[in-house]
Design a binder for this molecule. Structure first.
Ligand code: HEC
Length: 88
């Protein structure tokens, strides 16, 4: 998978992305009323939310666990993917 906006997701990160997609939808368009869309969301905002889930400033029983799995680089790459809004 190649991300057109410049930042690409390494093969080793694809499992992480697959996990995000299971809840937030393949392109970030969520199928579930309880899960927010990430499609086209501001990239810096998403990175900030993920950092806050990781450091405990923002809490959610799922996302607090998920965010602990992510490095800053992975947050940026995955946020770039969802900001981009579609698979190329
Ligand atoms: C089991 C389902 C699930 C998985 C897996 C999951 N999320 Fe979430 N995500 C949620 C829910 C539910 C919320 C809303 C949390 C809240 O209400 O604060 C959320 C919120 C978010 C937000 C904040 C959105 C906003 O509008 O503030 C971001 C960003 C996000 N998730 C990114 C990710 C990323 C990146 C991954 C994969 C590494 C991921 N999520 C995996 C369910 C999930």
């Amino acid at each position: 998978m190649v991300i057109t906006s410049g930042m690409s997701i390494a093969a080793s990160d694809e499992n992480l992305l697959n996990m995000c997609q299971a809840c937030h939808g393949n392109d970030g368009n969520s199928q579930f009323t309880s899960i927010p869309n990430l499609k086209w969301q501001n990239q810096a905002y998403m990175v900030q939310q993920l950092a806050q889930f990781k450091n405990g400033q923002r809490q959610d029983k799922t996302m607090s666990k998920v965010a602990k799995l992510l490095s800053t680089e992975q947050m940026e790459a995955i946020a770039s993917y969802f900001h981009n809004g579609k698979e190329e």
